[in-house]
Design a protein around this ligand. Structure first.
Ligand code: PMM
Length: 270
């Protein structure tokens, strides 16, 4: 059964009087709603990795995510920290995170690999070709599936060499990261080959630009339409045998997966 990872982005806006980010309480409430909707894991992030997004100092990132991790981990939910910073990963682990999700796969801040190696948490390694301001310049592939697999293999090798056991590794082909529209569709079509790498695979297509580009053929790609598209691509990923899908709208993908399971096996979660 494919696990559901719900996305909790802690709003970057402003400080409240108490020194807590205004977005903290909203993020906690949002995380609880996603867990109630069926999220198996909550992925908490305090820095946007979207194309063109500016980097955030690790101490600011940490101030955003830490209270959210503490509250949601205390609920008993499995927490993933979405960060490229070793210091943030270390503090998040101390606060109860069980997965370090690094879209750069340890390339942005290589010390993150040591932090994970010195702990007992899982490491989600993303396929990445540089920071968001440069990633499209590097989006050249002869065969995107082959090259993503080869580069993920290098990252996996580094993690293993640092002493992280294979059972703690998760690979993510990094949809939207250093890939242009059609390259993402090609990658989605070739997901079985990524799954054949024999690590758990995590896939995040939620609301991404390549979905919007397809939806635009029939008008405004609203959030609602992107969430429907995400449910479909997440089912596609589940068909390939991925371990988990990372989504904003947990309920939509939960329903799509439940219907697909019933439609193909006659069995389901309930
Ligand atoms: N995408 C984003 C952020 N974190 N983590 C993983 N493992 N995989 C992804 O594809 C991924 C990620 C960017 O999307 P967002 O800004 O909507 O969170």
């Amino acid at each position: 059964m494919t696990l559901l990872m719900g996305i909790v982005n802690v709003t970057p806006d402003s400080f409240s009087d108490g020194g807590r980010y205004v977005g903290v309480d909203d993020a906690i409430a949002h995380g609880r709603a996603l867990a109630a909707a069926g999220a198996d894991i909550l992925d908490i992030g305090g820095e946007s990795t979207r194309p063109g997004a500016e980097r955030v100092p690790p101490e600011v990132e940490l101030a955003r995510v830490l209270p959210v991790i503490e509250a949601l981990a205390a609920d008993g939910t499995m927490i993933s920290i979405d960060t490229m910073n070793a210091a943030t990963a270390a503090a998040a682990i101390d606060a109860g995170a069980l997965i370090v999700n690094d879209v750069s796969g340890g390339q942005s801040d290589p010390e993150i690999i040591e932090v994970v190696a010195d702990s007992e948490v899982h490491f989600a390694i993303g396929h990445w070709r540089g920071p968001s301001d440069r990633m499209y310049a590097r989006a050249h592939y002869d065969d995107v599936v082959d090259e993503v697999i080869a580069e993920l293999e290098e990252r996996r090798h580094e993690a293993l060499a640092a002493g992280i056991p294979p059972a703690r590794l998760i690979l993510d082909p990094g949809f939207g990261f250093g890939k242009r529209g059609d390259q993402n569709w090609e990658l989605l079509c070739g997901l079985e080959r990524v799954v054949a790498m024999e690590s758990r695979v995590l896939v995040g297509t939620s609301r991404k630009g390549f979905l919007a580009a397809t939806l635009e053929e029939h008008g405004e790609p609203t959030q609602e339409r992107r969430d429907l598209a995400t449910a479909v691509t997440s089912v596609r990923a589940a068909v390939a045998g991925v371990w988990a899908v990372r989504v904003h709208d947990v309920a939509a993908t939960r329903d799509a997966l439940a219907v697909w399971e019933r439609a193909t096996t006659g069995e389901g979660r309930s």
